[in-house]
Design a protein around this ligand. Sequence first.
Ligand SMILES: Nc1ncnc2c1ncn2[C@@H]1O[C@H](COP(=O)(O)OP(=O)(O)OP(=O)(O)O)[C@@H](O)[C@H]1O
Ligand SMILES: O=C(O)C1=C[C@@H](O)[C@@H](O)[C@H](O)C1
Ligand SMILES: [Mg+2]
Length: 209
Amino acid sequence: MSDKDYGHADVADPGASGRGSAHADTDGVRDRLGARTIVLVGMMGCGKSSVGRLLAARLKLPFVDADTEIELAANLTIQEIFARHGEPYFRAGEHRVIARLLGQGPQVLATGGGAFMNPETRKLIAESGISVWLKADFETLFERVSRRANRPLLQTPDPAGVLKRLMALRDPVYAQADVAVDSRNVPHEQVVSDVVSALDAHMRKNDDE
Ligand SMILES: Nc1ncnc2c1ncn2[C@@H]1O[C@H](COP(=O)(O)OP(=O)(O)OP(=O)(O)O)[C@@H](O)[C@H]1O
Ligand SMILES: O=C(O)C1=C[C@@H](O)[C@@H](O)[C@H](O)C1
Ligand SMILES: [Mg+2]
């Protein structure tokens, strides 16, 4: 699938001169960010938590993970919340937690894979954040999520089929993010550099007009 299939998000081109390098403008991104939150969205396994933590360190910003915060608020694991209360209960809590966290910028926020599907959550993110879609293809995601059995939506006899269906449903919505970056199978720090470059380009274009 080509980038143009993904709506209008700005897509980082890691091959472009000077972009995707360790010299990307971290100071500029932090300065332009103000009190906003960098919000990572995308499918399970795209790297929101792992890349997000490193991105926050690179930008010298706090890192917060919505899934972890939901678990803390409920004093239950995500699997337990799904098993005891069901998905709608989890989604309601997810929206409340993200609404609260968005008031704490500047920071980097890793959302859960389904959070950006909620239109109210997307609206709040657009108001006080800059959204970054970490994109990966099916094979990459399936290999990554197969490493751990901690994602309740994939605890089914056909996890590959579920993942494919979720991608078909969600990718057009993730494409509404401000920026899109390929979460390639390269060292995480390289993906971090690509995100910083994409954010820098997006903020220069949109905030300096
Ligand atoms: N760019 C990458 N290259 C190689 N491995 C990666 C990359 N990004 C993430 N991974 C690996 O994929 C796995 C899943 O990553 P991670 O937990 O960060 O995804 P996530 O988007 O937070 O998923 P979830 O929505 O389920 O919380 C981890 O083992 C992580 O190290
Ligand atoms: O993609 C999803 O819907 C989910 C992803 C995880 O981050 C968790 O938020 C939960 O397992 C649901
Ligand atoms: Mg995560």
